[in-house]
Design a protein around this ligand. Sequence first.
Ligand code: URA
Ligand code: CA
Length: 435
Amino acid sequence: MNAMTFEELIEHKRDGLKHTVEQMDRIVLGYSAGEMPEYQMSAWLMAAYLNGLDAEETVWLTDAMVRSGEVLDLSSIPGIKVDKHSTGGVADTTTLVLAPLVAACGVPVAKMSGRGLGHTGGTLDKLESIPGMHISLTPEQFLATVRDVGVAVMAQSADIDPADKKMYALRDVTATVPSIPLIVGSIISKKIAGGADAIVLDVKVGSGAFMKTREQASELASELTRVGHALGRDVVCIMSDMDQPLGMAVGNSLEVVEAIETLRGDGPAALTELCYVFGSKMLVLGRVAADEAAARRLLTAAITSGAALETMRAWIAAQGGDPGVVDDTSLLPLARCRRAVLCTSAGFVTGFDTEGVGRAAMLMGAGRATKDDTIDPGAGLVLDVRVGDSVALGDRLAMIYAASEDLLDSAEERLLASVHIGSHRVKPPALFHAL
Ligand code: URA
Ligand code: CA
C-alpha cells in the first residue's frame, strides 16, 4: 500500500474511518520526529477526539507513543517495579506518602513524575519545595538512588515518550484533553516507557477531576486496564472520589508537611486510607505481601516503627534535599501573609467545587496558569472542614497563605465560592467508587 500523506491521514479520521497500525505509526512517529507539523497534528487530534479511536487503534496509538523514545531499563534494580499514577486531583499528596512508604516495605520505587496540570497539583513541584531537592537526575543517578535507598523520583527526561510531551502540550491548547483514547495513550505509554512492570492507577472522579461523571471515569478505567494488558503490563485501576479535596492541604510545601504527618501516622483520614489501599495493591503486585491484609500490616508497621519516615529522610538526602525537614517542618518555605477564612453563614458543609479549591490555591501562586509561570512553593491553603461537618457563623473554613494581601483577597473570594454551606446535613461522598 502506498503511504498516505498527512493530509490524507487527517481526512481518513475526519471521515470516521479506521487507521491501520502503519498509519498510526506514521502519525505518532511522524509528529514526534517533527515531520508532521503542529497544525496537521492539531487537526488529527480533533478528528480523533470527535470520531474516537477503536479498541485496536487505541492500543496501536499507545504502542507507537512508547516507541517514539527510549524505554527506561530498570532491570538493574532487583524486584518487581510497580508504578502508581493518578489522573490528577486536588490535595492529592498520595505519591509523596506512598513512595517512601512502599519503599520501606521492600518494593522499589523508580518514579517519573509530572508537574501540576491546570488546577491539579504535581509531585515534582511539591518535591522542589524541599530546600536543595533535585528532580533532574541522570538515568544513572536515578537508578543508583533507587538501588541505594529504595526510592527516587525524577522529572520525565526528554528521551522518554517525547510523543506524549508534544501531544499533551498541543491537546492542552486545542480542547482535546478529555478524550478517553488520548488519555489512555498518554498515561499508559508514559508508564511503560518509564520501565514499570506493574501499574496502579488512581482514576479520579468528581468536581475536582478531569472526568466529572462516574460513567466517564469508569470507561476510562476499563480502557486503561485493557490497553495496559494488551501491551503486557499488569494494570490495576481504582476509582476514587474528587468531589472534595483528598487531604486538607493544597499547595506545595503545605502538602509536603501533610505527607510527613501522614507518614508519622497523624495524617487526614481519607488521605491515609487512600494510601493504605494503594500501598496494599503495590505490595501485592510487588510480591512482598501475599494478600492485602498482610500488606496492610506491613504498611502499618512501617509507619509505627518510623521506618517510612527514615526512608523519607534518606530519599530526600539522596536527591540533595535537607532531610531535617522531616523532623522540623518549619524549615520548609511558607508564604509570609496568612489569613483565616471564616464561614459567612451557619449550617453544614454540603459539598465543594473541588476544582475551585484548586484554583484558589493557584491564584496565590501554588500552581501555574500558563506553562511558563513560576510557582510560590510556600503558597496555598489548609482546609478545616469536610463534607458533612456542621459550621457556625465565623468558624474557620481554612487558613490561606500567599506572598501578598491582594493575593489573599482573590483566593479568599474564590475559596468561599467553592465551599457550599446549606441548612441540611448531607452524607460525605464515599472515598472509593465501584468500577
Ligand atoms: N494525565 C496524563 O498523564 N495524561 C492525560 O492525557 C491526562 C491526564
Ligand atoms: Ca497528582
